[in-house]
Design a protein around this ligand. Sequence first.
Ligand code: FES
Length: 81
Amino acid sequence: MKQKVVSNPLDKLPEILTRNIEKNLCVCNEVPKKVVINAIANGAETIDEVRELTFATGGNGCCERQVKRLIECIHSIELEK
Ligand code: FES
């Protein structure tokens, strides 16, 4: 896991990815999207790391694509710095 922290990831994500931030991204385990974004911004780089930190994707894995997309977006922001 990366040590670097992305500050204010919400300001840099496309608007479509910041919608419904208070709602559960992972419905199976009731994990809000903001919790997943925070975990990624604080260094989680893989779906496994996000699952360890938040339990998102730990149900039947139906939200893996969304989590993967957030990982790609948030860590690409970091590279742009
Ligand atoms: S919604 Fe996340 S594992 Fe099903």
